[in-house]
Design a protein around this ligand. Structure first.
Ligand SMILES: Nc1ncnc2c1ncn2[C@@H]1O[C@H](COP(=O)(O)OP(=O)(O)OP(=O)(O)O)[C@@H](O)[C@H]1O
Length: 274
């Protein structure tokens, strides 16, 4: 693993060449590294799912049928619906973990008047951060810093990328309110709420254009849930967030767009009725 100099609240990673890490094959697919800097120009972007159907390879059953949705940047979207209806399946497609059988998942740029500018771009996995249900179950490192940097490049070179990662790391830790936690603390010893913050920080290091959360409040006590909702309210000012959750009441104040997933993988827009 790389080594890190921690001085005050600053972190300086150094990356020795380790060749092929024995952990590489176990690297969870959620630790994707990538960068995308949204073009700073007028107008806005929207994440657009168009007529997506999905049938797992080798099966005849469609889990999603003609799903369409549009989520403008810096908005908070919520998908709800019965267990087994296909919500997680849709998130996996958005994160690029499976490919739609038909349909497209794109980012469309619009001008100030809402007219599309240029052709839609494919939403690539590097532009998406995903935090699965109970992300703490996938923690592998024995320190907070090790957990955040687990998927970072270990080989020599690409200094610019590493410097950028270190800066992003500092920002992600501040964003999620982990700056008071020693970076050498065992992540397994954190409280439930802080484990979720850590899972978020891991994804925020890559500055995702779209942050996807599957049941972010599940399994937390009331206090940790309230704190996480507050954190999501703040993150919403910086990022586009799409959440799958059964906790409609607690998230309602954050939600800009909502959809119900019907059994059989049919998605329809539906405002929250609380
Ligand atoms: N690879 C697969 N092959 C066949 N069926 C699958 C596959 N993956 C998921 N399913 C089935 O697809 C349906 C939708 O699953 P999914 O996990 O997306 O539902 P969900 O709405 O997220 O449920 P929950 O709220 O319980 O997480 C379920 O019936 C599930 O068993």
């Amino acid at each position: 693993m790389g080594t890190y100099t921690i001085s005050g609240s600053y972190i300086q990673p150094t990356f020795p060449s380790l060749g092929h890490s024995p952990f590489a094959s176990k690297l969870p697919f959620i630790r994707k590294l990538g960068f995308f800097n949204s073009a700073a120009c007028a107008g806005f972007s929207s994440f657009e799912v168009k007529d997506v159907s999905f049938r797992p390879p080798g099966t005849q059953l469609y889990l999603l049928k003609d799903v369409s949705l549009s989520l403008p940047e810096k908005r908070f979207g919520l998908i709800f619906g019965q267990s087994g209806s296909g919500k997680t399946t849709l998130l996996q497609l958005l994160a690029g973990l499976s490919k739609p059988t038909t349909g497209s998942i794109c980012v469309q740029r619009y001008d100030d008047k809402g007219h599309p500018i240029v052709s839609p771009e494919k939403l690539t996995p590097e532009r998406v951060g995903i935090v699965f249900q109970f992300p703490e179950r996938y923690f592998l490192a024995d320190s907070v810093l090790g957990e955040i940097t687990f998927g970072w490049p270990r080989q020599k070179g690409n200094l610019q990328l590493k410097q950028q990662l270190a800066l992003n790391l500092q920002r992600a830790i501040n964003w999620v309110g982990l700056s008071g936690i020693p970076l050498d603390k065992d992540p397994h010893s954190l409280s439930g709420g802080y484990k979720r913050r850590l899972a978020l920080a891991i994804q925020l290091v890559q500055t995702p254009d779209l942050l996807i959360l599957d049941e972010p409040l599940a399994g937390l006590d009331w206090k940790a849930r309230a704190e996480l909702v507050r954190l999501l309210k703040y993150l919403k000012t910086e990022l586009t967030i799409l959440v799958v959750s059964h906790d409609l009441k607690e998230l309602a104040a954050l939600v800009d767009c909502s959809w119900r997933m019907e059994m059989g993988g049919l998605l329809r827009k539906e405002p929250l009725a609380l």
